[in-house]
Design a binder for this molecule. Structure first.
Ligand code: FE2
Ligand code: FE2
Length: 252
């Protein structure tokens, strides 16, 4: 796999690389349980975001219910202290349900990319959980970082601008995840390193899918809005952050 080729557009899209101080903190062995836990929850949140977009913007409620049902066991385990599901069995079931449909071409593009994204993020969730189990790391609930909130608070409050902004935020979150996996991989044990590098290709595609959808929804050119969120994102990454997380800023 050609990592530099996958990463080049991601690095160009982001306004700054991950600060060296974050990598220094993240590579400490004692940080691993927190990092993996936060990463696992982020995978589920990525799936939830995609699912919410489909439910909000696609009229086929029955199809959207099927997507909702996919997420339930993951959400119960992660947010409500539910039992740990049999992820292998869940994974086999996914994709067999009826998918939402629409006659609207951009709506269908949204469904297609979001359904694929949900499938992939749930698979990643399961993979991270397996890495945790293999290392004897129990799942303990943690608070979310300021990162996603910091971007979403800039989202405009009337449609279709809300959708456009949320899609741009999605693009930045995916791109940063991709960049951080690559930055962290060389400092991890061989199995984790292999796993993190295996995620680069899909996360790089996710960011491009979000960006393409944003441009498709918008009537006008979105370059300046993309730049705006790029600056907001870079400020969250480049400023001191008291909480250490997968997407946190400069550790204090
Ligand atoms: Fe993912
Ligand atoms: Fe992703």
């Amino acid at each position: 796999m050609d990592y530099p080729q996958i990463l080049a557009p991601v690095l160009q899209f982001l306004h700054c690389p991950t600060p060296a101080a974050w990598v220094e903190e993240a590579r400490k062995p004692e940080r691993l349980p927190l990092l993996l836990t936060d990463h696992m929850v982020c995978e589920l949140k990525a799936a939830q975001t995609a699912m919410l977009l489909v439910r909000k913007y696609i009229a086929d409620k029955q199809g959207a219910e099927a997507l909702l049902a996919w997420l339930h066991p993951y959400e119960a385990f992660t947010f409500r202290e539910g039992p740990e599901p049999d992820f292998a069995a869940l994974h086999k079931q996914i994709g067999k349900s009826i998918m939402p449909q629409t006659d609207d071409p951009w709506g269908q593009a949204l469904i297609d990319s979001m359904v694929l994204l949900i499938k992939e993020e749930l698979h990643h969730f399961w993979q991270v959980r397996e890495m945790m189990v293999a290392r004897g790391i129990p799942y303990v609930k943690i608070t979310a970082s300021r990162y996603a909130k910091g971007m979403l608070k800039e989202v405009r409050t009337h449609e279709p601008l809300t959708l456009i902004d949320k899609l741009i935020c999605g693009a930045y979150i995916e791109a940063r995840s991709c960049e951080r996996f690559a930055a962290l991989a060389p400092h991890l044990d061989a199995d984790l390193q292999k796993f993190y590098l295996s995620l680069l290709r899909s996360e790089a595609r996710h960011y491009q899918d979000y960006l393409a959808l944003a441009q498709r929804v918008a009537k006008e050119d979105i370059t300046s809005r993309v730049k705006f969120f790029g600056e907001v994102e870079a400020a969250l990454i480049n400023t001191p952050d008291e909480e250490f997380r997968f997407h946190s800023g400069v550790p204090v």
